[in-house]
Design a protein around this ligand. Structure first.
Ligand code: AMP
Ligand code: FES
Ligand code: ZN
Length: 300
């Protein structure tokens, strides 16, 4: 196997692109895909400060690494979910990454904000842990960005994540979720920052290869609550399709973005208000985060 660019021995084959690359040319390919994502969706400019949400995993730390190398003004945000050793270790990975590159990292504890860590939220709400966890993550990413004056939050969602989410939404015909499935969500209210996913063109395997070649020390374990999640099943199904037909995931996601997404955009915009309690954006009177934190505080 020879590198498509320089003809020396390749270290990785990308069947989807019908190509193989040596290490330096793969790194350049990876950065080019991130550049293309940022350019195509006008994600942010060099004058803007970008808040990178980092979980300690390969995707988000790899993304942060690319953005630092590209000269963007970035800070990291780590949300401490309080999930036993998993959170202790993933936080340590983020702190070590930030310290080695001398970039700022903001750490916010979900327990301080909601009143209890994710395992207790799970018990109190009697719902899958990922529901209270996901709600808290989205809310806190936005609020921390506003409080610190960042116009945009970048997450490490990759092609596999995005294709699996789309698959789930289509399986259940969640038509209200489909227009929100996008590599870049614009701000629709002064209190909502932009949300962007600069890795949406890159697969999980490519993100792992990038982190490995860049010697990024990341947490390999998944969240202990992720076991058995339907999103993992969707990823497995899509990966089997990808094995049989390279490019299947890419075609599924990109075909939707290019040809179908617009058809699901609702004509009438939902009216957004400010939560009477915390001032963050909601469609009701009190936002879902404040309701969750009330429920947790009553029960603990
Ligand atoms: P996940 O939902 O765990 O697949 O994570 C998707 C993206 O959300 C990651 O790539 C990160 O950008 C962000 N993220 C997940 N967990 C955290 C966390 N604990 N703190 C900050 N960002 C996170
Ligand atoms: Fe949220 Fe696992 S990361 S429940
Ligand atoms: Zn609120």
């Amino acid at each position: 196997m020879k590198c498509r660019k320089c003809g020396t021995g390749a270290v990785i084959e990308l069947r989807r692109h019908n190509a193989a690359f040596c290490a330096p040319d793969f790194l350049e390919f990876f950065r080019n895909q991130v550049r293309e994502a940022i350019r195509k969706h006008r994600m942010f400019t060099r004058d803007e400060r970008v808040l990178v949400a980092v979980s300690g995993g390969k995707d988000s730390l790899g993304l942060w690494d690319v953005l630092i190398e590209e000269g963007y003004q970035t800070s990291g945000l780590y949300l401490d979910l309080g999930i036993y050793d998993y959170s202790v270790e993933s936080k340590a990975k983020c702190e070590a990454f930030a310290a080695a590159r001398e970039v700022p990292l903001i750490v916010t504890g979900v327990a301080d904000e909601v009143g209890a860590p994710v395992p207790v939220i799970k018990e109190v709400t009697r719902r899958p842990p990922c529901s209270g966890c996901g709600l808290s993550k989205r809310y806190l990413m936005n609020r921390v960005a506003l409080e610190h004056g960042f116009p945009v939050v970048a997450t490490g969602h990759n092609l596999d994540d995005e294709a699996a989410t789309l698959f789930g939404s289509v399986m259940h015909w969640q038509t209200e979720a489909l227009p929100r499935q996008s590599p870049a969500l614009a701000s629709t209210h002064p209190k909502l920052v932009r949300r962007v996913k600069p890795l949406y063109r890159l697969s999980e395997r490519e993100a792992a290869a990038y982190a490995f070649l860049r010697r990024i020390d990341y947490i390999v374990e998944e969240c202990p609550f992720a076991k058995g999640a339907t999103s993992i099943m969707y990823k497995e199904i899509l990966s089997r399709m990808e094995d049989a037909s390279p490019g299947a995931k890419h075609n599924f996601l990109f075909g939707f973005l290019d040809k179908a997404r617009a058809a699901f955009e609702r004509a009438e915009a939902v009216s957004l208000q400010e939560c009477v309690r915390c001032g963050q954006v909601t469609t009701g009177t009190v936002c879902a985060f404040c309701k969750l934190s009330d429920q947790v505080k009553r029960a603990t």
